[in-house]
Design a protein around this ligand. Structure first.
Ligand code: PMP
Length: 387
């Protein structure tokens, strides 16, 4: 036998050689469009805090009041004694916000996705997933024990073809806004296919909720679809909501099934109640502050106009996620470093997070950026890409 550790150093060296080594930077300040990092001020273009709520005074206050009232830890899983008033109220408010019968909190989006897919499908079933779905959805499909089929990105025809040749129960699973591309799933077509093929549709709208749709209700609002047409909706709270955690929203039967069967719901500690209180405050702001979505959309349009004029290879995205395709991993990392030298923090995303040969700069926007910051980013990008 050979110890597992024996190959680890060689594997780390390989990752470094291929420019795929991941590193972290320590942030010294609160989250926001300006971050303090390594003793320097950086303009943050890589966060998912799309509406600028992570450090909003009312959200911070709700968190502090929640901790003063309920303490920090929730003490146990929801099904033991961890399900508190704050969690319950948040679930009711999220159900109302999404226009669904009920909502159920999970501790993270990763756990929600694994929990839902593996609770609802198993051996003999088939899970169909978009090739570019988030890792947690792909892992959920793999862990479920169901047959696992991936279709070409947004290829509804290919999906239909494969689905119509499949026996037994099936489920279609898709990101709403694709996390590394920023484009929207063709949810209207997918929901029609699901209906025609008598199949269930699940959408993970982690990057759409709060941002897409007039009222910020995400991709389901954008396409004007109902709970019946998209029976399973997953939302995460660590992005536009600015807090932490996730939820699933759908019918009474769906939620009761998840409570009975989703292992990542049953066997894990409930979110701190103060996080639920902070999220309730964030939800109110997200609903009320229409200007945040408007600002965000204006900034995205301004960026795309400028980037097109400069000839950057943009992707077809109108969301807060605006990738610039670079291709080569080393080049993406180098450009990222040049941007950092100029005071801009943009994520350089490489395989296996994105397909081979499609490394990219993933620029993300916040409602709290201003036009000048966007213009300066464009200037720095032009300089860094042309070097
Ligand atoms: N779904 C998508 C589409 C995501 O991008 C992410 C995380 N970035 C998740 C789920 C996981 O959510 P969480 O961070 O709450 O685990």
């Amino acid at each position: 036998m050979i110890g597992i550790e024996s190959g680890l150093d060689a594997e780390l060296e390989r990752l470094a050689r291929e420019d795929l080594y991941r590193t972290r930077r320590v942030v010294e300040s609160a989250q926001g469009v300006e971050l303090q990092c390594g003793g320097r001020k950086l303009i943050n273009f890589c966060s998912n805090d799309y509406l600028g709520l992570a450090n909003h005074p009312a959200v911070v206050k709700a968190f502090q009041d929640g901790a003063a009232r309920y303490g920090v830890g929730s003490g146990s899983a929801h099904l033991i004694c961890g399900h508190g008033r704050a969690h319950h109220a948040l679930e009711e408010e999220l159900a109302e916000f999404t226009g669904r019968d009920r909502a159920l909190l999970f501790s993270t989006g990763y756990m929600a996705n694994i929990g839902v897919i593996s609770a609802l499908t198993g051996r003999g079933d088939t899970v169909f997933e978009d090739r570019l779905n988030h890792a947690s959805l792909l892992d959920g499909g793999l862990l479920s024990g169901a047959r696992f089929k991936r279709y070409r990105h947004a290829d509804a025809e290919g999906l239909l073809d494969s689905l119509s040749r499949t026996e037994g129960r099936a489920m279609i699973v898709t990101d709403g806004v694709f996390s590394m591309d920023g484009d929207l799933a063709p949810l209207d077509v997918l929901s029609q296919i699901a209906k025609d093929q008598d199949t269930c549709l699940m959408v993970d709208d982690a990057h759409g909720l709060g941002v897409i749709g007039d009222k910020g209700r995400g991709i389901v609002e954008h396409f004007g679809l109902t709970q019946q047409q998209v029976p399973i909706l997953v939302g995460t709270l660590g992005k536009a909501f600015g807090t932490f955690g996730a939820f699933v929203a759908g019918s009474e039967t769906l939620i009761e099934t998840l409570i009975q069967k989703a292992r990542t719901y049953i066997y894990t500690t409930a979110l701190p109640p103060a996080v639920a209180e902070a999220t309730r405050a964030a939800l109110n702001i997200l609903i009320e502050d229409q200007w945040r979505r408007e600002n965000l959309n204006d900034l995205v349009r301004r960026f795309r106009r400028g980037a097109e004029q400069l000839g950057f290879p943009l992707m077809p995205s109108n969301s807060a996620i605006q990738p610039i395709l670079i291709g080569d991993s080393r080049r993406a990392v180098e450009i990222g470093k040049r941007l950092l030298d100029d005071g801009f923090w943009v994520g350089a995303i490489r395989p296996p997070t994105v397909p081979q040969g499609s490394a990219r700069l993933r620029v993300t926007f916040s409602a709290l950026h201003d036009e000048q910051q966007v213009d300066r980013l464009l200037e720095s990008l032009a300089k860094s890409i042309s070097q």
